[in-house]
Design a binder for this molecule. Structure first.
Ligand code: GLV
Ligand code: MN
Ligand code: MN
Length: 416
């Protein structure tokens, strides 16, 4: 059987999947539970079926394909990623790991390479942070950390996550009780870097050292409304001004990080939202990230202390809600070594890099050894329409993933 040119096939499939997006917005919006996302899941299933992976959809909406190995009882290998996007996002984040994983299976089949272990390829449901304040829903379910509290969370319209899942044809209660039951030999995820390190260093492959921890917060500010023309400046309790001060606090804390650390205020809303009325309500959504747990804890305290002091001085009340905490997760060192050797044997340059982005891999690490392979992002851009990685560069990631999985398959335990 001839083996199809990898970059050509990737190009064609990236373009096909990109067709499923909400054309009311610039860029590519395929947000979890949206119509384009629903339609795209059938397309992904069809690709897995074509590749002979006999896909199933679990209670949490994960699409799971399986390439059977010679020994059905051997602990399995897993790879995958996600195909949902942020609003107005790109065509590569997550997608490369799903299409790349399917491509690995095809190439193993086309070259007559039979693994000893089953290889599962997973398109995890809803990896991106959503309106319910949760990310990585599918991988949390598989790793057993999706909770009833998550299902109870509401979006801006008052809908609960559990209801949204049901509306998408899923079974939220079963999604809580379906952790992966088979022993996992290893999980390796291919992803775009989403930052500038690899491109700047002219390096083809990133071997990920750790996935950043993420702390997300929602601050509610309650002040008092009043006339914008008559209320003396010194007598105001302006919720929006406090929220604006908090944005600067969040930014200052990230800028001062002596280690890997970043902070972002992603959204702010205020009410009543009129130019001539002092705001009595504001909400701010922000997050901080680092691969250093101690910095994250310190940054979290510093942000809350500063916001508390600023609002107390202004006579604004606050309520701080921590929506999500995800500890930093180191990748497995022996798996890192296998990835680095695979890249070197293929003649690719590689370097160790941290991941500032969150990934399904962080949750899969609960089930066994985990590693990640990065390919460069042009100009380090991601979560925006300009996100781009040439298919020739993605192909190097697919080759590295294939070789890594073949090498792990041959090991009795990844630590051998
Ligand atoms: C996901 O891409 C995240 O890092 O927020
Ligand atoms: Mn991603
Ligand atoms: Mn993303």
């Amino acid at each position: 059987m001839t083996v199809a040119p990898l970059a050509d096939r990737l190009d064609a499939e990236l373009a096909e999947l990109a067709r499923f997006h909400d054309s009311a917005f610039p860029g590519w919006s395929r947000v979890v539970f949206s119509e384009p996302y629903r339609d795209s899941r059938d397309w992904v299933r069809a690709r897995m079926a074509e590749a002979g992976l006999d896909p199933v959809v679990d209670a949490a909406g994960n699409i799971i394909g399986r390439l059977p190995g010679a020994d059905p009882n051997a602990p399995a290998l897993l790879t995958g990623s996600h195909t949902d996007t942020v609003p107005q996002g790109g065509r590569f984040d997550g997608i490369v790991g799903v299409l790349g994983g399917i491509e690995v299976a095809r190439r193993l089949t086309e070259t007559g390479t039979r693994l000893n272990r089953d290889l599962y390829i997973v398109d995890f449901l809803g990896e991106e942070a959503n309106e319910f304040g949760i990310s990585c829903m599918g991988s949390r379910s598989i790793s057993g950390t999706l909770s009833a509290e998550h299902l109870d969370r509401m979006d801006g319209s008052g809908q609960r996550l559990g209801e949204a899942m049901r509306g998408f044809g899923l079974d939220p209660s079963a999604a809580l009780g379906q952790p992966w039951r088979r022993p996992m030999h290893g999980y390796v995820e291919l992803h775009i870097e989403q930052g500038p390190l690899l491109e700047r260093a002219e390096t083809e492959i990133g071997v990920v050292t750790a996935i950043a921890g993420i702390e997300r917060l929602l601050v509610h500010f309650a002040g008092s409304a009043g006339h914008a023309g008559t209320t003396p400046m010194g007598e105001r309790h302006d919720a929006l001004v406090s929220a604006a001060a908090a944005v600067l606090t969040v930014d200052r804390v990230g800028c001062a990080a002596p280690v890997h650390g970043v902070s972002t205020s992603g959204s702010i809303v205020s009410a009543p939202g009129s130019m001539n009325v002092i705001s009595d309500e504001a909400k701010l959504w922000a997050e901080i990230r680092s691969v250093e747990r101690d910095w994250l804890q310190g940054a979290r305290r510093e942000i809350v202390d500063e916001i508390t002091a600023e609002t107390a001085a202004r006579g604004v009340q606050i309520d701080v809600e921590w929506l999500n905490d995800q500890d930093p997760v180191p990748t497995d060192e022996p798996v890192r070594d296998v990835i680095a050797s695979a890249a070197a044997e293929l003649g690719y340059s590689w370097r160790a890099v941290p991941s500032g982005a969150g990934h399904d891999a962080a949750h899969l690490a609960r089930l066994g050894p985990m590693g990640m392979i990065f390919v460069p992002s042009v100009a380090g851009k991601s979560h925006c329409p300009e996100e781009f990685t040439a298919s020739a560069d993605i192909a190097k990631g697919v080759h590295t993933l294939t070789r890594t999985l073949v090498a792990l398959d041959a090991q009795d335990r990844p630590r051998d």
